[in-house]
Design a binder for this molecule. Structure first.
Ligand SMILES: [Fe+2]
Ligand SMILES: [Fe+2]
Length: 147
């Protein structure tokens, strides 16, 4: 059951209204898309770039949570840590020449991200916006921005 995976495209439905997080999430999508599409010869470089991004992405959110007394930190931090463990394992497998496992990781990340963003990141984004502006996040989506 080999699935052909075209790629991972950004969608404005991923916007959460906290700009620093939205910028990071765009980068996440771009780097996972590269993991799906680059030729095998460029896969190690793409995986290194993704791993560096993932560390910074998750550290940034963990820092926001811990620095703002966010009430539901633990399961979110744990989920980040689990993803990083998988990334490290896949880096080791790639070093042994296992290319397919990188593509599988990329597909798993593509499937994982929307749920993680909806259930965990969105609460943090709302919290961060509320702290800085005292209100709910304003999300400008392309289809609503022209109204
Ligand atoms: Fe995130
Ligand atoms: Fe997160």
């Amino acid at each position: 059951m080999t699935e052909i995976q075209a790629g991972f495209d950004w969608s404005d439905r991923y916007l959460l209204g906290y700009a620093p997080m939205d910028d990071t999430h765009r980068e996440f999508v771009t780097l996972v898309d590269a993991l799906l599409k680059v030729p095998d010869a460029e896969l190690e470089q793409a995986l290194t770039a993704f791993a560096e991004h993932a560390v910074a992405h998750f550290e940034q959110e963990d820092r926001w949570m811990r620095g703002s007394d966010f009430p539901a930190t633990d399961c979110h931090v744990d989920e980040h840590a689990r993803v990083l463990v998988s990334v490290r394992e896949v880096q080791q497998e790639l070093a042994k020449g296992h290319v397919d496992i990188v593509r599988k990781l990329a597909q798993a990340l593509m499937n994982w991200f929307p749920g993680h963003a909806d259930y965990l990141d969105s609460a943090l984004a709302a919290w961060m916006v509320k702290r800085s502006h005292g209100g709910k996040p304003v999300v400008f989506r392309r289809d609503s921005a022209k109204a």
